[in-house]
Each structure stands twice: as structure tokens, then as C-alpha cells.
Write a protein that binds this ligand. Structure first.
Ligand code: SAH
Length: 225
């Protein structure tokens, strides 16, 4: 008798969610300019289809954003890769914070690259689903919190890296304060009606800003939902 879960994984082995499909996504990302091999490897290690509704799993390895309910989206793989690459630009961060857990996919990618990943989300329902996924995939180095990410996670600060996965109107001061010296804050920022991906490095006595190009994100909202 074939065990049901074995049958399921065998089906997946030949289907749209197989390792081969994931490898093709990585080839696309490489072609579109992602260079950090550590990031590309992490993308092959995370089953993105586990982070979307089953009805969408056949589209999980397309390079597109997909709905995750409650008007939110799982980011396009290219942007996940690009932001991760930008966050690792200062070497090997040991402790990072993500604002906007959403499906949990970005945190899962980070968990393969960074010893400790902290992530906060303002929609409890999404956080519960993400937490379940982390547990199922045994990603035990991800710590979640139901909170308004504008405030960061003060008791765990400082962070070597902070990534915001929703577009802010201005750079939250608390996040800058929770950045270690040498650390990077990567976030989409509204500027003149456009969203730009910005990287801010904290130096001994200043902050240095770099513009990484145009992006499209859902807005960073205030308060809890
Ligand atoms: N990183 C996610 C994509 C998230 S979409 C993924 O990999 O799937 C942006 C997320 O940011 C949404 O889930 C939204 O609820 C959340 N968000 C928006 N404003 C927030 C805030 N102030 N604090 C925490 N999360 C916030």
C-alpha cells in the first residue's frame, strides 16, 4: 500500500511544485540580475507553494506576486531575492528583523541565511498561518510577534539588518534607532508619489542612504488589525 503522504510528495515531485520548477525560478532570478549565490541557494531551499493557498500552488514558482488574503500579497520572488541581497550587503548579519510577516515566505528565506530572524505582523490571522508554516517546515530560528512594525521590536534590538516589506510614507525613527552600527535598513519608501527601494546604512555617527530603484508594495499601515 502506498502511504498517502508519500503519494502526495511523489505527485509534487513531478508537478508544478517540484525541485526542478524551483531551480527554473532561480535561473530566471539569475538572468534578472540576482548575483548573491547564498540568496539563490536559500530560494531553492524554501517551498514557496507552502506559503500560498493550495488553489494557487501551481503558480507558486512564477516570478509574480500572489494574493494571500486580507488584501495582502506574497511578494514577487525577484523582489524577495533583491531585498535579501541588499540586506546581506554588510556581510553576515546574525540577527535581523522583518516588518510585515505576511505569508512568512520572506522570513523563511532569511531563516536559511541568518541565525536569528524576528518578524512582526499587524494582521493576527496572517501571523497565525505563518507561524503554522514555520512550525511545519521546522524553521525554529524564526520568532514572531503580533505588533505594529513601526515600533520595531525594542527588547531584541539592536539588529544587524531590518527589512520592511510594506511601503512606508517616511522612515520610522524607531527602526533607525534599533539598527546596530554597520547595520542596514532596507525598505520601500514613498517619494513624490512613487515607491523606491531604499537601503540605509548606520555608520558610527550618521546614516547613509542608497536608492535601489522603483518597486510596488502594499502600504505600511498603523495600528493592529
Ligand atoms: N513579507 C511578506 C509580504 C508581505 S505583504 C511575505 O513574504 O509574504 C506586507 C505585509 O505587511 C502584510 O501582511 C501587512 O499586513 C503587513 N503590514 C503592513 N503594515 C504593517 C505594520 N505597521 N506592522 C506590521 N506589519 C505590517
Amino acid at each position: 500500500m502506498i502511504h498517502k503522504s508519500k503519494l502526495r510528495s511523489e505527485n509534487r515531485g513531478i508537478g508544478m511544485t517540484s525541485q526542478g520548477t524551483r531551480d527554473r525560478l532561480v535561473q530566471t532570478l539569475r538572468k534578472e540580475g540576482i548575483k548573491d549565490e547564498r540568496v539563490l541557494k536559500a530560494i531553492t531551499q524554501v517551498p514557496r507553494h507552502e506559503f500560498v493557498d493550495e488553489a494557487l500552488s501551481s503558480r507558486a514558482y512564477e516570478n509574480t506576486a500572489l494574493p494571500i488574503g486580507l488584501s495582502q500579497t506574497i511578494s514577487q520572488p525577484w523582489i524577495v531575492a533583491r531585498m535579501t541581497e541588499a540586506l546581506l550587503d554588510n556581510g553576515n548579519p546574525k540577527k535581523v528583523l522583518e516588518v510585515g510577516t505576511g505569508s512568512g515566505y520572506q522570513a523563511a528565506v532569511l531563516s536559511h541565511l541568518v541565525p536569528k530572524v524576528f518578524t512582526v505582523e499587524r494582521i493576527d490571522e496572517l501571523l497565525k498561518l505563518a507561524r503554522r508554516r514555520f512550525h511545519r517546515l521546522r524553521l525554529h530560528n524564526i520568532y514572531v510577534r503580533y505588533a505594529d512594525g513601526h515600533l520595531g521590536w525594542p527588547s531584541q534590538a539592536p539588529f544587524d539588518g531590518i527589512m520592511v516589506t510594506a511601503a512606508a510614507q517616511s522612515v520610522p525613527r524607531e527602526l533607525l534607532e534599533q539598527l546596530a552600527v554597520g547595520g542596514l535598513l532596507v525598505l520601500p519608501l514613498e517619494k513624490n508619489g512613487q515607491q523606491r527601494l531604499i537601503s540605509i546604512r548606520r555608520t558610527e555617527d550618521d546614516f547613509e542612504e542608497l536608492d535601489l530603484g522603483g518597486v510596488v508594495f502594499v502600504p505600511l499601515l498603523s495600528g493592529l488589525a
